[in-house]
Design a protein around this ligand. Structure first.
Ligand code: ATP
Length: 339
């Protein structure tokens, strides 16, 4: 398997206190769309900064397309299109001035710059705002401009940190569609908290917690390692009929528990029974009731369920990242009385 990104024992300790990235192995296959997941403070942004050479690793190493990352690795940076969570943009410039300046910094020849700027602005839907000052941009427009900037040098690897943060549904859809399109000819790494984004665009996923990679593999592997054991029926009809159906479903062999909320029934399947068999039996009961079935769905998305399970299992192992030294402020905050 050819790897676009490969880290081994990658570690970052900030100010000799916070272990932001802890002995991390990350393998991102060439051509994949890799989702980097993790709760706030898990170490995602730090990992991306280490790849870009914006931070120096405390230990271990990271390689991008076989080349070692680090603050002096300009060859590595040239292969990466980076979109930070909230891009800092020069408000006094207009779009075309900004992108042209970046193009010059990337040493794009002038005969290439103009057509590339035009096609990029068209791709991100900013052609109509070419001469608008960046200071007047909305969040969605700033993200689009950040995306255009990350694509300017046509890099083979895109690293986008929370690209859909703060976007409205249509801007989010636009960004996800764009990632899908770009991924046809590039490797894409997306750090996010939004699990449905991962579901829609990623084929590989890594889950970080407390600086460590607690799962890395294909989306299929992530979902397969956790067998779902519940589903939800959304129903239309009288509440009495729903309660009656709930009682009938609770008696179906293989149903471990059955609860009802408003117009839905949640069914939990016991371990030893076939999911398909239980669902079929439950649907027969619905068919013979006075209710109509509006939807049959999992109680959470499979990815969300798998993700939350991974975090929970990891927490149960008892490891916690800790500060190596408590500061005098922390001592003061705790106070002497409790020590
Ligand atoms: N420059 C820094 N100096 C000191 N500590 C830092 C610095 N940057 C990040 N940290 C700490 O490192 C840990 C990991 O932060 P990081 O921003 O990498 O996490 P994240 O997963 O990207 O979080 P989020 O999803 O909230 O953006 C956190 O405890 C954070 O407070």
């Amino acid at each position: 398997m050819d790897l676009a990104i490969h880290t081994e024992h990658l570690t970052k300790i900030y100010a000799q206190r916070v272990i932001a990235v802890n002995d991390m192995t990350l393998k991102v296959p060439v051509g994949s769309v890799y989702g980097l997941l993790g709760p706030n403070g898990a170490g995602k942004t730090t990992t991306l900064k280490l790849l870009l050479g914006l931070q120096q690793a405390s230990a271990g190493e990271a390689k991008v397309f076989g080349r070692r990352c680090g603050p002096r690795a300009t060859d590595v940076r040239a292969m990466i299109g980076y979109l930070p969570t909230h891009p800092v943009l020069p408000g006094h410039l207009c779009v075309v001035e900004y992108l042209d300046l970046l193009g010059k910094l990337c040493r794009l020849p002038s005969q290439l710059r103009k057509p590339r700027l035009t096609s990029l602005l068209r791709a991100v839907g900013l052609l109509g705002a070419t001469h608008q000052r960046i200071a007047t941009f909305s969040t969605g427009m700033r993200t689009r401009l950040g995306i255009a900037a990350s694509l300017l040098a046509d890099p083979p690897l895109l690293i986008w940190d929370e690209p859909t943060a703060g976007l409205d549904p249509s801007a989010r859809r636009f960004t996800l569609d764009l990632i899908r399109e770009l991924a046809k000819s590039r490797t894409v790494v997306v750090a996010t908290h939004i699990l449905s984004d991962i579901d829609q665009i990623c084929d590989h996923v890594g889950v970080m917690q407390e600086g460590r990679m607690i799962f890395s593999g294909s989306m299929r592997e992530m979902k397969q390692r956790l067998q779902r054991d519940d589903f939800c029926l959304e129903l239309d009809g009288e509440v009495d009929a729903i309660l009656q159906l709930q009682q009938q479903v609770a008696e179906v062999p293989g149903v471990a528990a059955c609860s009802h909320e408003m117009h839905s029934i949640v069914v939990e399947i016991s371990d030893r029974h076939s999911r398909a068999g239980v669902v079929a039996e439950v649907l027969k009961r619905v068919e013979s009731s006075d209710l109509s079935l509006l939807a049959l769905r999992s109680t959470q998305s499979d990815t969300e369920y798998a993700y939350l399970q991974l975090l929970q299992e990891d927490s149960e192992h008892g490891f916690r990242r800790f500060d190596l030294k408590a500061t005098s402020d922390e001592h003061a905050a705790i106070g002497d009385s409790v020590l």
